[in-house]
Design a binder for this molecule. Structure first.
Ligand code: 5AD
Ligand code: SF4
Length: 481
């Protein structure tokens, strides 16, 4: 294939795993001449990297495909071609159905096939009918895709360590769309992270649908858990912050918990979805833990790392959820107290066991009322958590410019968005910031002293040109577990 320059636009839906995968797809297509574009209009290839987790997320894809059809026609009128592809979990789950509903789509391929993209593109360009690939190939895409880190990723980057899930929560499509649990080797992860840090990254978020189920092969031939991997990553010079998401309560082992007390780079914030506070509903969800198991894990985490903050995912209106079950969820939220959280109305996903539970289905109105109650309580906790930081000094990693001139945006250790007046040279730096303003969802602050500013500027990747990361954190925390 000729390597003339072509424009590639990837639209990413859903979780951070998809954000990471979109980056890998761009990498694998670069040698074919595809360069990232900011918008679909005029692009030679558009890939929708989709999410199937809830019905709403899936439906968005079809409306986007409708809009793209018009742009594809405009291009065709000018004698040019726009290849339209659907990747990700909707592609995996619906396969050929997508082409039946949207015949202008050229390629449909699932998350385990991205290393085969060049070959699929060649077939699609030849135009011999649509390309559909929803295989779970025997070879691992991780061994065949260029790892992240070859190109600068910005101050804060993702590293995929684990994919897939064997838990089979009864509401969840992930075990079907992402397949069985698979852990990358520790050597691969360490190598990728070293490269990223050499390119200016100071914070990494280890990604996996069930990230704390990580059990990769260590360089010593033994199986490493996530705690061990984190301890080893913490040895990398210049790596200031380590996060991981998303965890399952069942896999929160003692080694990982103690790492929170022992590894200063490990941020004191854990996204630990509980989904419900009712043991009856947790059992129906096949979560394999009780509400008290979860409370105990939270206590252990906070014993290991005092001040550790938590977030979670909640599903309201699961089939059969009674008023008492729902009250138990509110009780658990009150007991744990969260710094932030996500909550959703139960949405029946085709093919999952819960979709067949006809008994005790809730009306949309009941689900909406419960969602509102849960969200009010969580918002109140988030406001209180933010307000508690007023006047304190927090380390902020500035990772992009703000809307206003002279303003930088970053994240506190607890993942709160923080804005402050600060010079551009602090981009990519971890800087002490005094919190002077709090709102429901963000903090405002002042960089502490010129002295600490100079100190900070000497750390890590100070000499490297700043890289403005895309606003991927805005849709952060869509990972399951
Ligand atoms: N309905 C509603 N929410 C769901 N989630 C996963 N599947 C469903 C579903 N069928 C939520 C869970 C999960 C988060 C990413 O999405 O809370 O943790
Ligand atoms: Fe696996 Fe999480 Fe889905 Fe449960 S909710 S099946 S743990 S991905």
């Amino acid at each position: 294939m000729a390597t003339s320059r072509k424009k590639l636009f990837i639209k990413t839906y859903g979780c951070q795993m998809n954000v990471y995968d979109s980056g890998r797809m761009a990498d694998v297509l670069a040698p074919l001449g595809y360069e990232p574009a900011e918008e679909a209009e005029g692009a030679d290839m558009v890939i929708l990297n989709t999410c199937h987790i809830r019905e709403k997320a899936s439906e968005k894809v079809y409306s986007e495909l409708g809009r793209l059809r018009l742009q594809q026609q405009e291009k065709a009128a000018a004698g040019e071609r726009m290849i339209i592809a659907v990747a990700g979990c909707v592609a995996q789950a619906e396969g050929a159905e997508i082409m039946a509903r949207a015949p202008h789509v050229d390629m449909v391929f699932g998350p385990q096939t991205y290393h085969q993209l060049p070959e699929m593109v060649t077939r699609a360009v030849r135009g011999a009918g649509g390309v559909i690939n929803t295989d779970f190939p025997v070879e691992s895409k991780f061994d065949l895709l260029p790892g992240e880190g070859a190109t600068p990723q910005g101050p804060s980057a993702f590293v995929s360590v684990q994919e897939g899930c064997d838990k089979f929560c009864t509401f969840c499509v992930v075990p079907y769309t992402r397949g069985a649990e698979y852990s990358r080797s520790a050597a691969q992860i360490l190598e990728e992270t070293r490269r990223m840090v050499a390119n200016g990254t100071v914070e990494i978020t280890l990604l996996g649908q069930n990230v704390n189920a990580y059990h990769g092969e260590g360089p010593d031939g033994r199986t490493w858990g996530l705690g061990r991997l984190i301890r080893e990553l913490a040895e990398i010079d210049g790596l200031r912050r380590i996060r991981y998401t998303t965890s399952h309560p069942r896999d929160m082992d003692d080694d990982l918990i103690s790492a929170h007390g022992q590894v200063p780079q490990l941020m004191p914030f854990v996204h630990l979805p509980v989904q419900s506070g009712s043991d009856r509903i947790l059992a129906a969800m096949n979560r394999k833990h009780t509400a008290d198991d979860y409370r105990r894990i939270v206590d252990k985490l906070r014993d290991a790392r005092p001040g550790l903050a938590l977030s979670s995912d909640f599903i309201v209106g699961f089939p059969g959820e009674t008023a008492e079950d729902f009250a138990a969820t509110l009780r658990l939220i009150t007991d744990v107290t969260y710094a932030s959280a996500y909550s959703f109305k139960y949405s029946a996903r085709p093919g999952t066991p819960a979709a067949a539970m006809a008994e005790g289905r809730l009306t949309e109105d009941d689900k909406s009322a419960r969602l509102e109650a849960v969200q009010n309580l969580l918002a109140e906790q988030q406001r209180a958590f933010n307000a508690g930081l007023l006047g304190t000094v927090q380390e902020v990693l500035f990772d992009r410019r703000g809307k206003h001139a002279g303003q930088l945006l970053g994240r506190s250790p607890y993942m709160q968005a923080v804005h402050a007046t600060a010079p551009d040279r602090l981009l990519g730096q971890v800087v002490p910031v005094r919190v002077t303003a709090v709102s429901a969802s963000s903090l405002g602050g002042e960089v502490v002293t010129t002295e600490s500013v100079h100190g900070a500027a000497q750390q890590g990747a100070a000499a490297r040109p700043p890289f403005i990361s895309p606003d991927i954190k805005a849709n952060h925390q869509e990972m399951t577990a």
